[in-house]
Design a protein around this ligand. Structure first.
Ligand SMILES: Cc1ncc(C[n+]2csc(CCOP(=O)(O)OP(=O)(O)O)c2C)c(N)n1
Ligand code: SF4
Length: 250
């Protein structure tokens, strides 16, 4: 009997040097990173890329990706990227931050960078929790979300405030050029996210201004749900507050 022909549908991106990392099974952040690495290769910009990384679970990756990386202090990635892109305008510069890092700890950095129209691309990995430090509520946790610090009632507006829709805010800022939101919970959402990340990257490559992409990512560990239930969790709990769409384009 002849062996059926197997079709290869995926492979480790060339820019990923190792598959060993410390992130939890079912985490959405490695998927987002994979899409970014695929795009860098497809656009042919890897050799001149600088990734400015925030601090969160995703900080496990910079050591195993084949692009230059700057590690920024909490929330400061947009300012570090500003410096890198201004000094080295021919480099392709993108930031990688979590919601805790960007929206809770570094809100002013991202808003001011957008307002100045800095010519880099900002990527937000939004899982609605401070993942690395144990799952506390962040500024983007949605109403009703149970986190380590809202375990009893879930997030309640009167007590914890409302979630900050950072992509919507950035879209309102005159200096931003392209703003969009994607997610990692279904194949269709991943394809959509690859498309909008590609558009955001092209905005930078064509010198059109500041581009911003929010990516909703799964955190089974701090959502206290099985990895297999996380796509449904995103659909039920996140996409109402954070619809997947382009919020601003040139
Ligand atoms: C100024 C400062 N505050 C807090 C911390 C501790 N800290 C390190 S990682 C982290 C959580 C980051 O969460 P997020 O950006 O949402 O990324 P995730 O871990 O969910 O990927 C925190 C609070 C720190 N290192 N520095
Ligand atoms: S704690 Fe959450 S964000 Fe961090 S690696 Fe685990 S699943 Fe991913």
């Amino acid at each position: 009997m002849s062996t059926p022909e197997l079709k290869k549908v995926s492979a480790k991106p060339d820019l990923l040097l190792s598959t060993h990392h410390s992130l939890c099974p079912g985490c959405g952040e490695p998927l987002a990173l994979r899409v970014i690495l695929e795009l860098l290769a497809e656009l042919g910009v890897a050799e001149r890329t600088i990734c400015v990384c925030g601090i969160g679970c995703y900080t496990a990756f910079p050591g195993i990706i084949d692009v230059d990386v700057l590690q920024a202090l909490h929330g400061r990635a947009p300012s570090v990227a500003t410096g890198a892109k201004r000094v080295l305008p021919d480099r392709f510069v993108f930031t990688l931050q979590g919601d805790g890092d960007m929206v809770s700890e570094g809100l002013q950095e991202i808003i001011h960078s957008a307002a100045r129209g800095e010519k880099f691309t900002a990527v937000l990995l939004n899982n609605g929790v401070f993942g690395e430090t144990g799952g506390h509520m962040t500024s983007t946790s949605v109403l009703g979300q149970r986190t380590k610090t809202t375990m009893d009632t879930g997030r309640v507006a009167e007590k914890h405030g409302y979630p900050i829709k950072i992509a919507d805010l950035i879209a309102q800022v005159d200096g931003s050029t392209y703003v969009a939101r994607g997610a990692m919970h279904t194949p269709a959402a991943i394809a959509w996210t690859k498309r909008i990340l590609g558009e955001a990257f092209r905005v930078q490559l064509e010198g059109e201004g500041f581009s911003f992409v929010e990516v909703l990512t799964m955190c089974p560990t701090d959502w206290y749900v099985e990895p297999s239930e996380t796509p449904d969790w995103i659909e039920r709990n996140f996409t109402g507050t954070y619809p997947l769409k382009i919020l601003k384009h040139p």
